[in-house]
Design a protein around this ligand. Structure first.
Ligand code: GDP
Length: 451
């Protein structure tokens, strides 16, 4: 996400830092680099112009803040302006005062509408809601089937209805939508997510049908699902949909593959509508509310510790982690079995790359973001395979793992003796390091707690 943009902006700041004194000339040069970085990221031209004007105004006329160096002040201005551009506060999701809350999903075919409908249902379920899904794409049976599969995978309610014997058209769409809402009420579902038909291009039939659905259902939310990777095309479609339907928000999908960020940085300014959620992968849980400040943190290389902590809070078994920390710091140390448990826990947080990219590029984790691309994810799997091939006794008493045992373990795990040796060496180093921390008193323990 945003890799290219992030790299270029950080380079601009680095050049600025390299200058001895901050002159108007230096600032102009940095602004030029920021402008190029934004344009290359496919940010809308007007957005870039406004943004640079605002930054220039503040940077050149800035009052001297003693707590920050001039470069840091410029970075702070860029940060604040980007957050403002993205909408400052996290946009709220609207619930009806009397359920069911109806959410109409709009978007072009392939934008990720069906996947996102499922993700939204899973997100609502996590928040204690009972969503019901319905697909009114009567033109493509495969699309209805796709939603059924998605609903099944997340154990969400879905209204299928009977479409046989009636021609595919708006009357059938309206009937299904009405029935689904009734079904939601009867079955006690408090939200209804309506996945609609997408088209390859905007056409008037599609818009008419959406307008009719809107009139029929009076939805609290009309979310436009846009593929972030299509850049300014996504922005233009959102603009058109908003003109016809008055959207309440936008969901940007495929942010995981969007290195540039042009759509993300332009869509709110151009449409006036907030991005409410982002999709970060194909799985149902690769979905999060859009927090402007965190996103800007990621773009500027400050990382996104908040989101990482939330993910950890949600996915990790706190008791297990505490138990591991206690053992690791104690005189006995942690066993290979404990180590494997921890690896499995970390894997729940996502790929190593994605975790490293959320760490700040300055401070104790400096360099981790840059290293992320070189990480071999398979290494994780190999280490786990090696430990799996050990007997329980070996896992709990590593000192008994002799040469012949190492050979057996390597064979069993499809690795080499060198790899087994390397793992055992690393394990021994880690044990020593943690034990040292255990002896090292509160400060170091606190530091570890922060990890
Ligand atoms: P629809 O035609 O708008 O309903 O689009 P789909 O929901 O069928 O999605 C189209 C493709 O995009 C599918 O292969 C999805 O798995 C994929 N997709 C959807 N959202 C994301 C996302 O956030 N990240 C990635 N990498 N793929 C996504």
């Amino acid at each position: 996400m945003f890799e290219n943009l992030s790299e270029k902006l950080q380079r601009a700041f680095k050049n600025l830092r390299g200058q001895g004194t901050m002159t108007e000339e230096n600032i102009q040069e940095a602004l030029r680099e920021i402008r190029v970085a934004l344009l290359e990221a496919d940010v809308n031209l007007n957005v870039v112009k406004d943004l640079i004007d605002h930054i220039r105004e503040k940077a050149i006329g800035q009052e001297v803040m003693t707590a920050l160096s001039p470069t840091e002040q410029v970075i702070k201005i860029v940060h604040d302006e980007l957050v403002t551009l993205l909408g400052k506060d996290t946009a709220r999701f609207q619930f009806a005062s009397r359920p069911p809350t109806v959410i109409l999903m709009a978007g072009l075919q392939g934008s990720g509408k069906t996947t996102t409908s499922g993700k939204l249902a899973a997100w609502l379920q996590k928040g204690g809601h009972r969503p019901m899904l319905v697909s009114v794409d009567v033109y493509r049976p495969a699309a209805r089937e796709q939603l059924r599969v998605v609903a099944q995978s997340i154990k969400a309610n879905i209204y299928q209805g009977d479409t046989k014997g009636e021609p595919a058209g708006t009357p059938l769409v309206e009937r299904l939508a009405k029935e689904a809402r009734r079904e939601a009420v009867i079955t006690g579902c408090d939200t209804l997510i309506v996945d609609t038909a997408g088209r390859l291009h905007i056409d008037s039939d599609l818009m008419d049908e959406m307008a009719k659905l809107k009139a029929l259902l009076s939805p609290q939310e009309i979310l436009f699902v846009a593929d972030a990777m299509t850049g300014q095309d996504a922005v233009r479609s959102a603009e058109e949909f908003h003109r016809r339907l008055a959207l309440t928000g936008i969901v940007l999908t495929k942010m995981d593959g969007d290195a540039r960020g042009g759509a993300a940085l332009s869509i709110r300014h151009v449409t006036g509508q907030p991005v409410k959620f982002i999709g970060m992968g194909e799985k149902p849980d690769a979905f999060e509310p859009f927090h402007p400040d965190r996103i800007v943190g990621r773009i500027l290389g400050h990382g996104d510790i908040m989101s990482l902590m939330e993910r950890a809070e949600e996915k990790l078994d706190r008791k297990k982690s505490e138990e591991f920390a206690r053992k690791a710091l104690s005189g006995d140390g942690f066993s290979l079995e404990d180590f494997r448990d921890q690896l499995r826990q970390i894997k729940k947080l996502g790929s190593l790359q994605s975790i490293m990219k959320m760490l700040p590029s300055v401070g104790p984790f400096a360099g981790m973001q840059q290293m992320a691309d070189q990480v071999d994810e398979k290494q994780f799997t190999r280490v786990e395979a090696i430990i799996n091939s050990m007997t329980q006794k070996e896992r709990n008493h590593h000192e008994i793992i002799s040469g012949s045992r190492r050979k057996r373990i390597a064979n069993g795990s499809g690795t080499t003796v060198q790899e087994v040796n390397q793992l055992l060496r690393q394990y021994a180093q880690m044990r020593k390091m943690f034990k040292g921390m255990g002896k090292g008193g509160m400060m170091q323990r606190r530091a570890m707690g922060m990890l």
